[in-house]
Design a protein around this ligand. Structure first.
Ligand code: 5GP
Length: 349
């Protein structure tokens, strides 16, 4: 047994140090980023925020709403083949261009993807190969074989939290490595297994490893407020994936529940018992669920939340003197803190 003593940080452990700047207005901050991907050779131009591939977040409706602001969606993997074919075939080009097709690493995931691809030609540009634990040889081999078969696709793959496997995944064919084990709002991995890594440090360390190889990373999970999204970018994330922050909107899907005159939406982890009952006929005897279900007050259209997130991000950029989101990480100095917020008035009704 060994203990690593050096300090690892979460979003709650830091704040941005404000810096003198010549930036006039936050309206001038450019949030669009352009990337060129190491393996696919493709380029993208977008606001690099991705709705998570959860069936109560990453829906076709969410894809349409977010595309208006040039944000991405990782579509959840539980639609039928015909639904994806219709989406990639009929949707406005911009919306489908910004959508990641998600798949796991089982044979039927690959077969389903091949079927969708056969029917949609080259409409799918990017995929998200997603497993809870990205540390297995099987996963890295899958990414390698997938890359051999689909040379022109941009591949995001994860999840991992350390530099070694980030490098291994990029060398195996991933363009973007998805980073985060245990920080998610409806994730119980840390509770059930004791495994995890503070998310801001995971982002900083994996970004450093990926950038050295010409790869990219996506910080996935743990953002609770727009300031956390900014901290993820400040730490070096090229993309940030959001679940809970985009849940419970009109576009999120998720069953509506009326209780005591209030309207709620169900939101649950993709490894929760709820999800496993729905898609896998229950929790297999050899595993425990690693996600939970919550009821969130319904939040209406996602538009205002998106504006809040983008507004917050622009404001962070002006505080630290970054003209573009691209410059945010170089302009970032984090200060370690022991307190984030003044909560004297608590939550107001
Ligand atoms: P959030 O933005 O809600 O904090 O985190 C979203 C992320 O949580 C997802 O993109 C995914 O990586 C992770 N996640 C979603 N469902 C589950 C689950 O059931 N268990 C675990 N361990 N992680 C989950």
């Amino acid at each position: 047994m060994r203990i690593e003593e050096d300090l690892k940080l979460d979003f709650k452990d830091v704040l941005f140090r404000p810096k003198r700047s010549t930036l006039g207005s936050r309206a001038k901050v450019e949030l669009l980023r352009e990337y060129r991907y190491r393996h696919s050779g493709r380029t993208s131009r977008s606001v690099p925020i991705i709705a998570a591939n959860m069936d109560t977040v990453g829906t076709f409706q969410m894809a349409r709403a977010l595309a208006r602001h040039q944000l991405h969606v990782a579509l959840h993997k539980h639609y039928a083949v015909e639904d994806y074919v219709r989406f990639y075939g009929e949707e406005a080009r911009e919306t489908s261009r910004l959508a990641f097709y998600s798949l796991g690493i089982l044979d039927h995931d690959l077969e389903k993807f091949r079927a969708v691809r056969r029917a949609t030609g080259d409409a799918i540009e990017s995929v998200c190969i997603d497993v809870a634990n990205g540390y297995t040889e099987t996963f890295i081999d899958f990414v390698r074989r997938f890359r051999d078969e689909f040379k022109e696709l941009t591949i995001m793959a994860g999840n991992v939290v350390t530099a070694d496997i980030t490098e291994a995944l990029i060398l195996a064919g991933a363009d973007i490595v998805k980073v985060g084990i245990g920080p998610g709002s409806v994730c119980t991995t840390r509770k059930m297994t004791g495994v995890g890594y503070p998310q801001l440090s995971a982002i900083i360390e994996c970004a450093d490893a990926a950038h050295g190889l010409g790869g990219h990373i996506c910080g996935d999970g743990g953002c609770t407020v727009p300031g956390d999204v900014a901290k993820a970018f400040g730490g070096g994330a090229d993309f940030v994936m959001l679940g809970g922050m985009l849940a419970a909107h009109d576009e999120s899907g998720g069953e509506i529940v009326e209780r005591d005159g209030c309207t709620y939406r169900r939101f649950y982890g993709m490894s929760s018992e709820t999800a496993m009952q729905k898609y896998a006929g229950g929790v297999a005897h050899y595993r425990a669920s690693e996600g939970k279900e919550v009821l969130l007050p319904a939040r209406g259209p996602v538009e205002s939340t998106v504006q809040e997130i983008l507004g917050g991000l622009r404001s962070t950029c002006t505080y630290v003197g970054a003209r573009k989101l691209k410059d945010l990480s170089k302009c970032t100095t984090f200060v370690r803190v022991t307190q984030q917020l003044n909560e004297v008035f608590g939550r107001q009704p």
